[in-house]
Design a binder for this molecule. Sequence first.
Ligand SMILES: Cc1cc2nc3c(=O)[nH]c(=O)nc-3n(C[C@H](O)[C@H](O)[C@H](O)COP(=O)(O)OP(=O)(O)OC[C@H]3O[C@@H](n4cnc5c(N)ncnc54)[C@H](O)[C@@H]3O)c2cc1C
Ligand code: SF4
Length: 414
Amino acid sequence: MNIDEIRSYCLNCKNKPCSNNGCPLNNDIPTFLHEKDLKKAYEILCNTTVLPAICGKICPHKKQCEGSCIRGIKGESVSIGEMEEFIGKTSIENNYKIPMEIDEALKSKKVAVVGGGPAGLTCSAFLAKKGVKVTIFEKFDKLGGILTHGIPNFRLDRNVIDSTIQKILDLGIEVKYNQILGKNLNIENLTNEYDAIFIGIGANIPTKMNIEGEDLNGVYGGNTLLENGKHPDYKGKRVAVIGGGNVAMDVCRTVKNLGAEEVYVIYRRAEEQMPAEAKEIEEAKQEGIKFLFQTNIVKIFGNDDKTVNKVECIKTKLVQKESETRLSPVNIENSNYLMDIDYVIMATGSKPEEGLINDFEKNKYGYINVDENMQTSIEKVFAGGDIVGEKSTVAFAARSGRNASEKIIQFLKK
Ligand SMILES: Cc1cc2nc3c(=O)[nH]c(=O)nc-3n(C[C@H](O)[C@H](O)[C@H](O)COP(=O)(O)OP(=O)(O)OC[C@H]3O[C@@H](n4cnc5c(N)ncnc54)[C@H](O)[C@@H]3O)c2cc1C
Ligand code: SF4
């Protein structure tokens, strides 16, 4: 469908289920979609998001906006993601600006944002729009968080990320690079200098499975490999990627592109339960990646020099457990088998960096605890995105950043 066909396919529903039930950012979908003046359509999107070209491309639309689209009940849902990406890209090509909405009462206020990923960037933009002086403190020499240091180029164009970030910085935001909370940056100094602080440092440390052999050479964390890009030489090697989400898909395809001979994705549930988007799974299959569904890994074996040479797998069956919403995998006794493998990459989840957030009260899952005002246990300090245990998607992190900006503004006006 072309843009006009997508537009006329949308029923312009009065109760907007796509916006109200599906989109984490509550973008006003039918209104931007039916607006033919593309600058105005972009400005409608800017009321709720500053990342349209990015979210339009990589949000799990089928689980979010398109999953709630009325058209989807009997047929195909409206291609909302495609429209959002189109408008986002048009805004880049035509240099449309994010509209300012200056509030004179906020012009003397200074806010520090630690972390320049989707949560930090969105919080910064919604504060700067109102006239707040924002400084972002970023660990790396580039902004974007996982968008820049995680999601591979073949899925998200670097120019789109950079141009989207530039629009945000054009709101008058200052950036200090190579500033690392816990090393050359501390909360106390920031609270002395700024009226409020937002922490959006993500939670990108790979979790362990706690199985035998996990400490052998040749076992890697998927997030770490994608973040620092320091891969071993995969040429002619057999690689097992454990997990079924975005990280597993991005890492298996990256490894295959880098020349691995065989790449296996080992996932303990069935294909239809994979958290990754169906499109990503399909593309991975087409690129020659092999999927072992309902399979668990129980042990990793090594050579005398402690490098990986085999993994032990076991088949699983799926059972409904009380109080669980989805089917749980249970190992099938005596179904174990061995596979020759050179590298194992864990993509089974991530968590906050050890020790980094010890100054804060944490929730039971180990993330920074925030109250209903997104305030942490430290006076003047707010937090959002993956570091507070958000749903680990770009749109949820962005919403969290936007919500925090609203709470920070209320705080600054007290
Ligand atoms: C490989 C991969 C693929 C993904 N694919 C998708 C997808 O397709 N769709 C989707 O919706 N979501 C996806 N996600 C999830 C999504 O990227 C995250 O939920 C989102 O980026 C979280 O945003 P954030 O701002 O909270 O954290 P991050 O994006 O992690 O950003 C945190 C920022 O803080 C900085 N920082 C960290 N520590 C410090 C410190 N000590 N001092 C100063 N700065 C610091 C980091 O450098 C970074 O810039 C993916 C995640 C991964 C890992
Ligand atoms: S639910 Fe679907 S058809 Fe209805 S307004 Fe939203 S996009 Fe259009």
